[in-house]
Design a protein around this ligand. Structure first.
Ligand code: SF4
Length: 295
């Protein structure tokens, strides 16, 4: 099993972050504000390859790059095949689109029944609440949406969602996704969950988020209290490699589970990142030890 304690170059080896205090580093707003968004900023952390630099230029109009300092510190600065780096840093190979690839591979757009609400299966629905992510995954299947200008579902449109759910009691499970719902302010998230809870037929709320992986400091006491208040709320996250299960990430998952939030993990099978039995076995074993169920 790879040792997460030796998973990257570390914060202290990057001159850019040497004067950053622990208080700043552990503040999720500081992390978001100082996210890496340009090749010049990234070069202060990594030796970029030509293919990565070209990748940034070729994709910047269609899909953002944003990498939290926390996640960037896990990267191997001299190895372009580093599994953390491959998930976050653009590469020219991204522009090679085959005929088999689709803009909307899960045909979500054709099942939209209210703003942001996708109703494809009889008893469950998907609610896209925002298009902002803490880190933009290069493999994202929702680039058509997450690549757009940052916005959150307006309150008036959310009312239309609630009207639809009230009129469709067969929907008992709502998966809240985006973007990343945990990038919303606490008050807004609280309001959103309260709205969903006002629909008697909605039994289960699930939240899809990569925050525990790329911005674990966002899992604050206030956030866990909001989730606890609206229980049962499940959190589905997205660890793809054992290197991502750092002490900070495992502690964030622990805070959620201790607040009574059941956690599941959906791993995306990614060539060159986790496409080996050894890596997946190490990942799943570590997830179970973290009290996060892998599937
Ligand atoms: S966090 Fe999810 S929605 Fe955002 S870029 Fe990654 S895969 Fe896409």
């Amino acid at each position: 099993m790879s040792d997460p304690a030796h998973s990257g170059q570390g914060r202290w080896e990057v001159p850019l972050w040497r004067d950053v205090t622990d208080g700043q580093w552990n503040d999720w707003r500081w992390q978001v504000k100082h996210s890496i968004r340009t090749p010049d900023a990234l070069k202060k952390v990594l030796r970029l390859t030509a293919a990565e630099e070209e990748g940034f230029l070729a994709t910047r109009e269609v899909f953002h790059m944003a990498i939290t300092p926390y996640y960037a510190a896990l990267m191997d600065h001299g190895d372009p095949t580093c599994p953390i780096r491959r998930q976050a840093v653009p590469h020219i190979a991204e522009t090679h689109i085959t005929d088999a690839e689709m803009r909307d591979p899960l045909t979500e757009d054709t099942h939209v029944v209210a703003p942001g609400l996708v109703h494809r299966y009889p008893d469950r629905a998907l609610l896209l609440v925002n298009n902002m992510c803490a880190m933009y995954c290069r493999f994202c299947t929702r680039k058509r949406y997450t690549g757009a200008v940052n916005e959150t579902l307006p309150k008036a449109e959310f009312q239309q969602v609630l009207e639809y759910l009230h009129a469709h009691p067969e929907v008992r499970d709502v998966l809240v996704s985006g973007g990343d719902p945990f990038m919303m302010a606490d008050a807004r998230l609280d309001e959103l969950l309260a709205g969903l809870r006002s629909v008697p037929s909605v039994e289960v709320i699930r939240i899809g988020t990569r925050v525990p992986v790329v911005l674990p400091m966002r899992v604050t006491t206030e956030l866990t209290q909001i989730l606890r208040k609206h229980a049962p709320v499940w959190v589905n996250t997205h660890f793809n490699h054992p290197k991502e299960l750092t002490a900070e990430a495992r502690a964030a998952c622990g805070r959620l589970v201790d607040a009574g939030v059941p956690m599941g993990n959906q791993t995306v099978l990614l060539k060159g990142v986790n496409s080996s039995v050894r890596t997946l076995k190490a990942l799943f074993q570590l997830l179970v030890a973290t009290r996060v169920w892998p599937y």
